[in-house]
Design a protein around this ligand. Structure first.
Ligand code: DON
Length: 550
């Protein structure tokens, strides 16, 4: 019913969806942005692998088939629902700042397309840790499909367009990037991208495990690249990198359990903080796409993002207060909520003197037994810092730019200069990546997450609210038009919807600035509590494929 209502209300987003029957499975399921990677995941499940095996295989595959964000030169977060009544586990494989990094290194400006922005990559260690803890199949078998794809795969129209875009951008100056990804005359759908250097690197990782990357030949190649390109990562930084098992942050919302990534992610805390605020309101009194709900959402987002700026950073380095996710804190934040009028953002953090794509990717997996993985990983910008490690075939991240650039300088344009996320050697930069698991009465109900920088947090919030408050099926929840507010800049960014002009006008009357913007890419899975049936929420904003094993 609600799906039908959403389809009528949001005809623009929903036209393609209406024609497609839901994708369901009684067994395993994989939903990712990259069709060949989804196929690898499904094949891994069919070969007897569990959800974590499939996640490792998909992550390596996307490092080949989705080079703008899939990676071995970046980092990310994986949330595992082990099933069998066991507590969810958070695997943190976020990059770290190299030992030579300093708090002031970007204070005078930063070139995002330079090797100095690369943090110590975490992906390969993270996948190894996930596999060691949960995997069933042999590591080598999980890397093998990626090696095969690196030998050559047909690019989609979307990838061709994005490759042509990055290659024609004058800011792409790295010769190795152009050698590896360039094509005379440009790319078109169906052309075969061969990545022989990446195939060799992946084969080394398949044979030698993560050590091949962190202490072996690949490490030497990374260090040589740093010397040639003025980067900071040393052999000691690589050798010392560890992925970490952490306790996910946990909250409740209208009887559901919400599990998200704890710091260095800001996403888990922010989503729970926002849900706590929303729990005090009758959200479904107004439709999701209404002006009233947009105003409420924006006000809740504004408050959580102010707390994010004030308090959040790598908890191994700074003390993150525990009260942020408490129900009492939500009550005090909502005491100033006015249904008719936007709150001014600077009133929310008076202690701060305020003068602030396709770049990350999320996939969701469940296996037949009920073990599930919610994984988001990134190079930060699309194609990271656009520096390919010479001879190794992979792109380095520019994740260091997720640290606060100018200590002490927080701006109305959205720049944050607060202490918790200042650069320090070995520290993990604050992230917005929010792979999330939603359960009820001990049963997993939803696996979700998204790319999109700070918008990630609000994309995830929107999917959860659509499912829990509006009873939307997962595909409708993924299709629903999205909304973002991040405290500063003081404006709502909203996806297109029928009647956008009136929507914008009514929000302006409440004191909001509004911009139109596409948001996120939230490949999700919902599980029916009675039948166990899995349903895909495939996000078609970019590309995407959901498929089941049976
Ligand atoms: O970790 C973060 O929050 C960012 N590096 C993510 C970047 C991102 O999602 C850009 N994507 N579209």
């Amino acid at each position: 019913m609600l799906r039908a209502a959403l389809l009528t209300a949001f005809a623009v987003v929903a036209t393609t969806v209406a024609a497609d029957p839901p994708i369901t499975s009684t067994g395993g399921m994989v939903v990712s942005v990259s069709p060949p990677a989804t196929d690898v995941g499904v094949a891994t499940l069919k070969a007897g692998g569990n959800a974590v095996d499939a996640a490792v295989a998909v992550a390596f595959a996307e490092a080949v088939t989705w080079p703008e964000a899939g990676n071995i030169g970046g980092g990310g977060f994986m949330l595992v629902w082990p099933g069998d009544g066991k507590e969810p586990v958070f695997i943190d494989y976020r990059e770290t700042a190299p030992a030579k990094a300093t708090a002031e290194m970007f204070a005078k400006g930063v070139n995002y397309q330079s090797a100095v922005t690369a943090g110590v990559p975490g992906t390969v260690r993270g996948l190894e840790l996930a596999h060691a803890k949960f995997g069933k199949l042999k590591w080598k078998e999980l890397v093998a499909p990626a090696v095969k794809l690196a030998d050559g795969f047909a690019v989609t129209a979307g990838l061709a367009k994005r490759l042509n875009g990055v290659l024609t951008d004058k800011k792409t100056t790295n010769a190795e990037f152009r050698r590896v990804f360039g094509k005379v005359g440009g790319w078109k759908a169906g052309d075969v991208l061969k990545q022989p250097d990446l195939a060799k690197t992946l084969q080394a990782v398949a044979d030698g495990g993560a050590d091949a990357f962190y202490t072996g030949k690949v490490a030497e190649q990374i260090v040589a690249e740093m010397t040639a390109s003025n980067g900071l990562i040393s052999a000691a930084d690589l050798k010392g990198y560890t992925a970490k098992v952490r306790k996910p942050v946990h909250g409740t919302y209208r009887g559901y359990d919400i599990y998200g990534p704890s710091p260095p992610s800001s996403g888990g805390i922010a989503v729970i903080e926002m849900l706590n605020m929303l729990e005090l309101q009758d959200v479904k009194a107004h439709p999701w796409a209404s002006v009233e709900t947009a105003h409420l959402m924006a006000e809740v987002m504004r408050r959580a993002f102010a707390d994010r700026a004030v308090h959040l950073g790598d908890a191994d380095f700074v003390k993150v207060p525990t009260h942020l996710v408490s129900k009492d804190h939500a009550k005090s934040l909502m005491a100033t909520f006015d249904p008719d009028k936007a709150t001014r953002s600077d009133a929310l953090a008076p202690e701060i003197d305020v003068k602030d794509g396709t770049n990350t990717t999320h996939f969701s997996i469940i296996d037949k037994s009920g073990m599930a993985v919610s994984n988001t990983y990134t190079l930060e910008n699309s194609f990271g810092c656009r520096v390919v490690v010479r001879g190794a075939g992979f792109i380095l991240n520019n994740e260091m730019t997720d640290f606060n650039h100018r200590p002490g300088v927080t701006t109305k344009a959205g720049g944050i200069g607060t202490l918790p996320n200042q650069i320090a050697p070995g520290k993990r930069m604050l992230s917005s990546m929010t792979p999330t698991l939603v359960a009820k009465d001990g049963k997993l109900r939803l696996v979700t997450g998204s790319p999109g920088g700070r918008t990630i947090i609000n994309t995830v919030l929107g999917v959860i609210v659509n499912v829990i408050d509006y009873g939307a099926d997962v595909q409708a929840a993924v299709d629903a038009p999205r909304l973002h507010h991040q405290w500063f800049p003081e404006r709502i960014s909203a996806e297109d919807r029928p009647g956008f002009a009136e929507f914008e006008k009514a929000l302006k009357a409440k004191g909001h600035a509004v911009v139109k913007h596409r948001q996120g890419d939230a490949h999700s899975i919902a599980i029916d509590p009675k039948t166990g049936l899995r349903t895909a929420g495939v996000d078609k904003r970019l590309d995407g494929k959901g498929a089941g094993t049976e």
